[in-house]
Ligand binder design. Structure first.
Ligand code: ADP
Ligand code: ADP
Length: 237
């Protein structure tokens, strides 16, 4: 069955803006799906709904076969990781501590408040960082001392700590130069294909989507105007 399903989802903001218009979209597991569209197309609204930050006015969103509801959101969100344009790290914490923070949504409140991570959890965080291409001698550096590309690698390692079924990537390379952007998108694509996690990623550069996506969803004014593989997108363009 699909991992994510949007079924007739509409969202109109208080000022009347129609951000999503009866959106229908089904996403399987282990797919690198890129959402492309001009500013205002509804891309962030789409991602925010899976985060629980915005609720649909109409329609149904299912995650792993179960309708997303406010009541179930905490549990469902624990299997959804996120990465962000500005990385979202805690700058004065170490790289390793930032990655350990990725475990918090799956830990009990009391244990997370004591901040006591087990040796096994630390080993896992180190492995996740190594898999993300971070050098061992970076582990104890402050996160804000790293370059943007390195910070995004830390963000990816942190997102993977919750054993996600889905990673939401909101403009993950918008602040990076083209070469580093390709490194990061390559890492995300490998993560999808090696670990079976699905990635839903917004981009605004068509050429990067063509190069890395398994599937492109073109969004315009809250509607899907293209849905297919990159080679078809090329032909349509
Ligand atoms: P994108 O991420 O593709 O730029 P958004 O989802 O941010 O698109 O926005 C879609 C539309 O909804 C835009 O017209 C935007 O101005 C509007 N919008 C987004 N968030 C809000 C909000 N909280 N209140 C009112 N309008 C909003
Ligand atoms: P809800 O899902 O509870 O309706 P919204 O996602 O619509 O919440 O956002 C809550 C409020 O944030 C909106 O009513 C709006 O006033 C404000 N807001 C956030 N982003 C924008 C934006 N880009 N333009 C206008 N208002 C915004």
């Amino acid at each position: 069955s699909a991992l994510v399903e949007f079924d007739g989802v509409s969202k109109r903001y208080a000022d009347g803006t129609r951000a999503l218009d009866e959106l229908k979209l089904s996403m399987p597991r282990a797919q690198f799906c890129v959402v492309l569209g001009p500013s205002g197309a509804g891309k962030s609204t789409l991602l925010r709904m899976l985060n629980g930050l915005t609720r649909p006015d109409e329609g149904d969103i299912r995650f792993d076969g179960v309708t997303l509801t406010t009541a179930r959101l905490r549990q469902q969100r624990s299997r959804i990781g996120s990465i962000h344009q500005h990385y979202g790290l805690v700058g004065r914490l170490s790289v390793l501590d930032n990655v350990l923070c990725g475990l918090l949504p799956r830990m009990g409140l009391l244990r997370s408040m004591t901040g006591a991570f087990s040796d096994e959890q630390r080993r896992r965080a180190c492995r996740a960082l190594a898999d993300a291409g971070l050098d061992e001698n970076q582990l104890y550096r402050r996160a804000d001392e790293l370059s943007g590309g390195q910070q995004q690698r830390v963000g990816i390692a942190r997102a993977l700590m919750c054993d996600p079924q889905l990673i939401l990537a909101d403009e993950p390379v918008a602040s990076l130069d083209p070469r580093i952007s390709r490194d990061i998108l390559g890492l995300l694509r490998n993560t999808v294909h090696e670990q079976g996690v699905a990635v839903l990623c917004t981009l605004h550069q068509v050429e990067l989507a063509l190069e890395f996506a398994d599937r492109i969803v073109g969004l315009r004014l809250g509607r899907v105007v293209f849905d297919g593989v990159p080679s078809e997108f090329d032909a349509a363009a």
